[in-house]
Write a protein that binds this ligand. Structure first.
Ligand SMILES: C[S@@+](CC[C@H](N)C(=O)[O-])C[C@H]1O[C@@H](n2cnc3c(N)ncnc32)[C@H](O)[C@@H]1O
Length: 234
């Protein structure tokens, strides 16, 4: 009886996630388990997200590490880190819908060492966060510029770099890419200037070493640069 009820519960949860992803939420990421998403339901080219993961995975510590995935969406990277040597991972996300999906995927994927928090990080609360070995801050900076202005976004980036014991991974939207009001809040950075712009930004916010890991696709032939930054040693 218990077994049957569990099986029925999983089936219902799977249907619930499918419906949420198809009709409620246009998620930014595919689900990492391949349970529910078809490329048509996803806001960013899933190949770009997959490539981003492969680039990051190469760089992750070999020994167990702690990780924060800020702006985790439905938890694509949080889950994959949890399944790739992380001791534990915290995913934080401002929107309730993606967090609900992430929670369901956690149950369906049977992943224990990841937790999701429906939270909005700003310059007013970022100092309350703890330190993590690995911090992902991927395509969230421009959201902060939109909601709080450039200075507030830089404050958050500086605090996160400072809280990353091993490395912070960074990618941002750019004003020239024409993807709505979030990226539109950023300066218009020509493609050939993106490397210098992001390098200067990371240096200004406390990075001591910066590595360009690659470029990954977004949609409509646009792409974003992916960086690994280590904090400046005093
Ligand atoms: C463009 S998506 C990027 C998702 C993911 N990091 C990735 O690269 O695939 C930005 C995500 O960050 C979330 N977000 C934006 N501002 C945030 C904030 N201040 N605190 C937490 N999450 C935020 C958005 O709701 C959205 O899910």
């Amino acid at each position: 009886m218990y077994y049957l009820l569990t099986k029925a519960g999983r089936f219902l949860e799977m249907q619930q996630v499918k419906l949420m992803m198809k009709y409620g939420l246009k998620s930014y990421q595919p689900d990492p388990f391949g349970f529910v998403t078809s490329a048509a339901d996803i806001d960013r080219d899933p190949e770009g997200t997959h490539k981003k993961w492969l680039l990051i995975k190469e760089e992750l510590p070999a020994e167990p590490y702690t990780a924060l995935d800020l702006g985790c969406n439905i938890g694509y990277f949080s889950f994959l880190m949890a399944l790739n040597k992380a001791d534990h991972v915290v995913g934080m996300e401002l929107e309730r819908g993606p967090v609900l999906v992430a929670e369901k995927l956690k149950t369906l994927g049977r992943v224990g060492n990841v937790g999701f928090l429906n939270a909005t990080i700003t310059d007013k609360n970022v100092d309350l966060l703890g330190e993590y070995d690995v911090i992902l801050f991927l395509s969230v900076f421009h959201h902060l510029v939109h909601s709080g202005g450039m200075d507030a976004a830089k404050y958050v980036l500086s605090a996160l770099i400072n809280k990353s014991r091993n490395a912070l991974y960074f990618e941002t939207g750019q004003g020239d890419q024409g993807f709505g009001k979030m990226a539109g809040s950023m300066p218009k950075i020509a493609k050939e200037d993106a490397l210098d712009y992001c390098t200067d930004l990371l240096m200004e916010c406390g990075a001591g070493s910066i590595q360009l890991l690659g470029e990954t696709s977004l949609k409509n032939s646009a792409s974003r640069l992916l960086f690994k930054a280590k904090k400046r040693q005093e």
